[in-house]
Write a protein that binds this ligand. Sequence first.
Ligand SMILES: [Zn+2]
Length: 417
Amino acid sequence: MLLQTILNRVQKQPGFVYGAIRFVPVRDRPGLEIELRGRKNRRPRCSGCQQPGPGYDTLAPRRFEFVPLWGLLVVFVDALRRVQCGRCGVRVEAIPWAEGKHQLTTTYAWFLARWAQRVSWTAVAQSFHTTWTHVYRSVEMAVAWGRAHQDLSGITALGIDEIQWHRGQHYLTLVYQIDADCRRLLWVGQERTVKTLLRFFRWFGPQRTAALHFVCSDMWPPYLRVVAKKAGLARHVLDRFHIMAHLSKAIDDVRAHEARTLRARGRAPVLTHTRWLLLTRPTHLTDTQLPRLAELLAYNLRAVRAYLLKEEFQFFWTYLSPTWAGRFLDRWCTQTMRSRREPMQKVARMLRRHRPLLLNWFCAKGTISGGAVEGFNNKAKLTMRKAFGFRTYSALELALYHTLGKLPEPQDAHTFF
Ligand SMILES: [Zn+2]
């Protein structure tokens, strides 16, 4: 069987025929060069308007990378014709296997992009003996196609989250759809300012915004302000994940402060390696960690008291009625204000200030997916870690959309995957 027969079976090129095939090194590796040429009886099509027109001239051969075969790198070679188009003037002909100035065939770009969803971009480049830039371009193409074709109808719940990057010096704002039946990343923006979130709402549009029932976010003031201004009709919810993150941070501060004080007094710092014991729920601790927690609790230190306050706060989320949850919240805040642990008091003051938004959680229960924001936060961090080497924002943005956006793909994107 001829290789051309196989190629025509798996990747027919309308208007073109596969010609000679040669062994040729590609980037110092064994490769196959496959010639393509336009059918003799067919006029070339203009790349501007897709209409056939008379040939003008022929350009120097161009090479397009295709999916590797049996350890051989594969390139298509074609001397493209130019068309004398009545509408567009002299234009290069349209080709079915690649777009614009791309050096990769569309099929190969989708192939690389799908791998880049599973392993790091560097690993994809190494596995298929291609370059990091080619992987980048492939993901760029997949994200652009997916975002142009995604369905944004029926979105009723949004989650707004911020995440640190660049060694914690910069923030990104991430906006997710968190409806119970569809959860995905919708938008990424740099920084976490009023302007950032305004840009999201401009992209999202007033019509879709008016259809929102719930918006979930942190107590970060710029977010609160923009949500009140732009999505005033939706119920604004402060979600569990962000509240508990504030409490964990407060415990951390109390613990660090206490460890410093103990060391200053020349006492053994019982608290230095205990951070995770205090931040982990008891049911998640291992058998060796549990006795250490018991030992730590025996000291009855300030951090322990803070820890107990946080543990007690977990009850808050179990309430069904906003009224009872409100009573619990007030009691908890009073108790915490008496605890004389400044970081904890700060959280209590913040919770008091945002009491109505906090109680909205109980109105939204069941209709939005509770752990959604937390789940996405973890996945976004993982994407950033895997994306080790993404120094530029644009690459990180692409990776986040690519892995968390649930973007659609064209039907034939799966051909070789
Ligand atoms: Zn044209």
